[in-house]
Design a protein around this ligand. Structure first.
Ligand code: ITT
Length: 191
């Protein structure tokens, strides 16, 4: 069985291969490189389904997609679904620097990483959401991960998520929570 990963983000592909590899033994994962749909949904779940449906229409194969981002309480939930292009480009450092600037010296530094994991095939649509709670640091630290990892301190830890190993991050991240909830249903459907 072949399962398509409907993402153009190479960092997500690496994380998803590790997360799914253990949960979906025997299923071949291929990254999707077809046209990208307009992600104009208002929620992570809506956008994950938009991406999964588009890749399914294009490939005819079963597809999983990930829509994710960071929601900062003191910024009213921004950047949220706009996380990938918050500063107007896809540059990770530009994006997290703008977030630090907009948050300023706010005492409320609470933030959630959110991930919606979607599965779409001819006769099925599934979506699960995972949340990773934490706070926004005063300055970036670490060079692992991607995106906002250098400025996010997960609840219960005293380092940035960019200072975790890949396995440490995958054990507790929003992405692993969403896919761990989705995958038993996908297995049941495919196997
Ligand atoms: P695809 O749509 O092709 O999957 P994308 O990067 O455009 O790739 P999203 O629209 O879901 O994907 O945006 C996700 C953004 O949220 C991502 O670019 C990061 O800036 C941020 N993000 C999501 N998960 C993250 C993580 O685990 N660590 C750090 N930042 C993350």
């Amino acid at each position: 069985t072949t399962l398509v990963l409907a993402t153009h983000n190479a960092h997500k592909v690496v994380e998803l291969r590790r997360i799914l590899g253990t949960l979906l033994e025997g299923i071949e994962l291929v990254a999707y490189d077809g046209p990208e749909p307009v992600e104009d949904g208002e929620t992570f779940a809506a956008n994950a389904l938009i991406k999964a449906r588009a890749a399914h229409r294009h490939t005819g194969l079963p597809v999983i997609a990930d829509d994710s981002g960071i929601c900062v309480e003191a910024l009213g939930g921004a950047p949220g679904v706009h996380s990938a292009r918050y500063a107007g480009t896809r540059d990770d450092a530009d994006n997290y620097r703008l977030l630090l600037k907009n948050l300023g010296d706010s005492e409320n530094r609470a933030a959630d990483f959110m991930c919606a994991a979607a599965f779409v095939n001819d006769d099925v649509e599934l979506v699960e959401v995972g949340v990773w709670k934490g706070t926004i640091l005063q300055a970036p630290a670490g060079d692992g991960g991607f995106g906002y990892d250098p400025i996010f301190q997960p609840e219960g830890l005293d380092v940035a998520s960019a200072q975790l190993s890949a396995d440490e991050k995958n054990a507790i991240s929003h992405r692993s929570r969403a896919f761990t909830a989705l995958l038993p249903q996908v297995r049941e459907y495919l196997i």
